[in-house]
Design a binder for this molecule. Sequence first.
Ligand code: SF4
Ligand code: SF4
Length: 169
Amino acid sequence: MADSSQDLIKPEKLLAVANIKLNENQNFFRKMKSVNPNKLDVIVHQLHAEVFTYTDCIVCANCCKTISPAMRNRDVERIASALRLKPSDVVSKYMHLDEDSDYVFKSSPCPFLEQDNRCKVYEDRPKACREYPHTDRRKFYQLLDITLKNTTVCPAVFAIVEKMKSRNG
Ligand code: SF4
Ligand code: SF4
């Protein structure tokens, strides 16, 4: 039987709670590096499916409020087309380049996050937004570092990692 949404830490409390567990989670992920990659994918994908049965991203929106997706030209072009703007205007108004030469939003929360937590460019949102929080992606062993970081941002990721520890510790 799926657990209830009681598992989920409120977004406003998550950073403090997740920071306390950061070392423990880091050590756990070190151990996970030796697990067979296919087996690790099965474990994480099952927990992703379980936790997202009761996670409501519209209520949370903590990723859109606190971190920026890394965006490429294709993402900018899609957003520009949705907004009927030139890509160069989208960049100058909303973005800058980060140290990896990816576009990131200048401001936080995301400029396209609306009052009701919906995304103004949802159908054309960046690839990184579509894929976040990456816990249903293949080759999860490559995503352990980013997932550790995401335990401080995403209540669902935090819950997934807590369940991984209790079932596979
Ligand atoms: S583009 Fe949409 S999905 Fe992506 S961060 Fe902004 S509001 Fe969230
Ligand atoms: S992906 Fe995670 S952080 Fe983003 S809205 Fe959903 S639960 Fe919240």
